[in-house]
Design a protein around this ligand. Structure first.
Ligand code: HEC
Length: 746
């Protein structure tokens, strides 16, 4: 209320306006009182709690209440996995997932384990790890279920006992390939193609509506949005994000694309407006990332905010945030359902039910929830279309919202190059001068190009929003170096191992295909730099030395700390020639491992591939640009103006050197409470912090046992308010952890 009083409307007018409009057409967000019943806190995805026991006055006294050890990430030498899970709390029981994808239930007041479910207890299930960001609860009377996905299966688990519900799907599991197409409909069988659900779906009546995560290469199945019956596991409806002949949007692709191309998937989750019976989802780029020669056109419904009828899966409206994506600019987080004050068609202010979607490159699009009409005007802006790779037809315009201003930088200028040390500046400046840079819509090329916004920007942790229409958004400002290479140089008909495949994706752009020096690596003409031939690298370096080099990078060699330990090991085995012979295609890996037969049009083998996801860093592994590298933002979506922006996280060693907080890259989202607080971990410094949501000031912080790369929750149990975060660490070479940590007032 405070907020509205500060606006330019007289209180009298405002009063009558609210009473006239608030009750009639505004859906009150479904607020969790004591529980944290869903991923995202409520159906609107607002990561908002009405609890006030912990507030700005007493938060400084917050202390550790309990720790739950999942039992994973504790064995020395065992491969660590992070925990990206935001747990849920239903009637005093907390449900979450462990680093090795086990499902568990604990007493939310004590952290005492009630049960654990291990999807790999069945020895036939080979563990292939991927993030499980949350689970879904559904109940009908005594029938209480947890729905969660591991690999290509969806499970229903009895919430009271932790036992598989055998009547669901086939012996308790639903194959997520269901409804994607088969030999009859699309000409081939997709069962060996990787599909998983990393962010949980949403419940509407007896339906679980879900997106999926698929590969980003030519072996991606289509990312259809689907609904499954919660009781039976039966497929209820499918929305084709790559349209079939006769469906709306079919002409925005080349003919028959639905048979050959995949992606356009909602991997980051969705939200539901129960009263309207509508579900809102954001989708990712079509496959393959970075090259669109096989998919001329706008490519609906990739990179779209889509509103669907939750009952039928029929499209109500859509808005495409990137046409013909060439930059992997997936919509990286679920939308937020908010209610804001905007001028109506008559120029007079009114309350509007809206949906806000943040993007990897720093925009927030705000739409009318019923019509999809932008509340702040969006301009179609001309963008560069050349030079582009042969066969590529970049789309000539892209949508840019007039408000809010972007929450991350857009285009790299020399002025933004790091000045952390003179050496770092010099090192980065050289690469900067050797690379293409400019518009973030420059088409990718074989020359190296520097871009913002491949990674977020906004990220999978999503955003918090309070009932006043303020969006809280944590952001990364990272620079990426993209260099495309001609994939036809790939040795034909050689069955690739995981290691060689990873090498050719991540390393060959500099070291040549299979490591045979830069002669065949098409080094850009402007860079006469030599890259070492790695054919006999085993004679010079041992396993440990290569491992260290990959973790830290050196000179012009970037760090590959973001690759999993398993992937790095596979690459090292390939280099040291100690790898096993080609294994059966690994259906869960994110790289193309199956050899592509010449002339086959499926799986699609693009003529150009990218150089992996290479971040542009300095020789000491800090971001190559001036800080802030990570920020927290409060954006008023009534006005489109910022309330505040502050750095999020710090590097203790840089603080010691006298630098102000730089922010760090951050993964995991914020929550906000009626107690006036915003809680977030997500940073490299392994801390969880509370901010005053009005000012952005840090009012409490705690060093976690391991990095909290997840989104916290808050709830009441036995009369006490708790804040819980998963501390799984592991990312970015940080130490692993396997616990959930709870805080409360003493
Ligand atoms: C951006 C270009 C680039 C990429 C991409 C790259 N490297 Fe390098 N790499 C270099 C450069 C330059 C050096 C020499 C570093 C120095 O100055 O010491 C190097 C050195 C190495 C060395 C040490 C060679 C020796 O004889 O000392 C190894 C091993 C290596 N890279 C492996 C890899 C692997 C594995 C990958 C992929 C995961 C990779 N590199 C990706 C540029 C690159």
């Amino acid at each position: 209320m405070n907020f509205f009083l500060k606006s330019c409307f007289g209180t009298l007018i405002l009063g009558s306006f609210l009473s006239a409009n608030w009750d009639s057409n505004v859906v009150k967000p479904q607020l969790p009182a004591d529980d944290w019943p869903t991923y995202g806190g409520n159906n609107a995805g607002n990561r908002y709690s009405t609890l006030t026991q912990i507030n700005t006055q007493n938060v400084k006294n917050l202390t550790l209440a309990w720790t739950y050890e999942t039992g994973d990430n504790t064995t020395p030498g065992q491969r660590g996995m992070d925990i990206q899970c935001q747990p849920i709390v239903i009637k005093g029981v907390l449900y979450g997932t462990s680093p090795r994808m086990k499902l568990f239930a604990v007493d939310a007041a004590t952290g005492k384990q009630l049960w654990q479910f291990d999807p790999f207890a069945n020895p036939e299930k080979r563990p292939r790890f991927h993030p499980v960001r949350g689970v879904v609860y559904w109940e009908d009377d005594e029938d209480k279920r947890i729905l969660y996905s591991v690999g290509s299966f969806l499970y229903a688990i009895n919430a009271s006992t932790g036992k598989l519900i055998e009547s669901f799907g086939k012996n308790g599991e639903v194959d997520l390939h269901e409804g994607l197409g088969d030999k009859e409909t699309i000409g081939h069988d997709l069962t060996n193609f990787s599909i998983r659900v990393t962010t949980p779906g949403v419940i509407y009546k007896d339906l679980l509506i879900t997106g999926s995560a698929v590969n980003e290469g030519g072996d991606a199945p289509p990312g259809y949005i689907r609904a499954f019956n919660v009781r039976t596991g039966k497929l209820a409806w499918v929305f084709h994000t790559i349209p079939l002949p006769g469906e709306y949007g079919y002409e925005t692709w080349a003919k028959d694309s639905y048979k050959k191309l995949g992606g356009a998937n909602c991997w980051a989750g969705m939200v539901i407006d129960e009263k309207r019976g509508m579900v809102y989802a954001g989708t990712g780029s079509p496959s393959v990332d970075f090259y669109g020669g096989a998919r001329p056109g706008q490519n609906l419904f990739a990179n779209c905010v889509i509103a669907l009828n939750a009952e039928t899966g029929k499209r109500v409206w859509h808005f495409q945030t990137i046409h013909h994506d060439l930059w992997d600019r997936d919509l990286p987080c679920p939308p937020n359902l908010i209610t804001v004050k905007h001028n109506g068609p008559d120029g007079r202010p009114r309350m509007v039910d809206a949906v806000a979607q943040a993007t990897k490159d720093g925009y927030v699009f705000v739409f009318d929830r019923d019509t999809g009409k932008p509340l702040f005007p969006v301009n179609e802006v001309r963008v560069p279309t050349s030079p582009a790779l042969p066969g590529e037809k970049p789309w000539p315009t892209q949508p840019v919202p007039t408000k809010p201003a972007p929450f991350v930088r857009q285009e790299l200028t020399e002025n933004e190059i790091t000045t952390r040390t003179p050496e770092a500046h010099k090192y980065v400046l050289e690469r900067f001068q050797d690379s293409r840079k400019g518009s973030k819509y420059m088409p990718p090329s074989e020359e190296g190009t520097l871009y913002y916004g491949f990674g977020g920007g906004a990220e999978w942790g999503g955003n918090a929003a309070d009932p006043e229409g303020i969006l809280y958004q944590n952001a990364n400002t990272m620079l990426w170096w993209l260099k495309m290479r001609d994939s036809r140089m790939q040795e034909k008909n050689v069955a690739m191992t995981r290691g060689s495949s990873l090498f050719n994706t991540n390393c060959s752009v500099c070291h040549g295909m299979s490591g045979k020096g830069s002669a065949d690596a098409k080094a850009s003409a402007s860079t006469a730099q030599a890259y070492p031939d790695l054919t006999d690298v085993g004679k010079r370096l041992d396993r440990e030395q290569i491992n260290t080099l990959l973790a830290t990078g050196r000179g012009r060699m970037p760090s590959f700390g973001h690759l999993s330990k398993e992937d790095r090991d596979a690459i090292i085995n390939f280099l040291l020639k100690t790898e096993a012979k080609p294994a059966a295609p690994d259906i869960h890996s994110s790289v193309v491992t199956s050899p592509v037969a010449e002339g086959a049009d499926f799986p699609y083998m693009p003529p150009y591939l990218n150089n992996g996801n290479t971040q542009f860093r300095d020789q000491d592994n800090y971001p190559a640009i001036k800080p802030p590298w990570g920020t927290l933002n409060a954006i008023n979506l009534n006005t489109g103006e910022y309330l505040w922006q502050v750095p999020l996280g710090e590097y203790p060693e840089l603080i010691k050197q006298g630098l102000p907080p730089t922010g760090t890259e951050n993964h995991g989202g914020p929550i906000v409470t009626a107690g006036g607080l915003l809680f977030i971990a997500a940073t490299y410094d392994e801390k969880i912090r509370a901010f005053d949501k009005k000012t952005g000031k840090i009012v409490w912080e705690y060093k976690l046992p391991a990095g909290g790369f997840a989104t916290p929750i808050t709830y009441m149990a036995n009369g006490k308010q708790y804040v819980v975060i998963a501390a799984g660490g592991t990312r970015y070479g940080l130490k692993p952890g396997g616990s959930y940590v709870a805080f409360a007032l003493p």
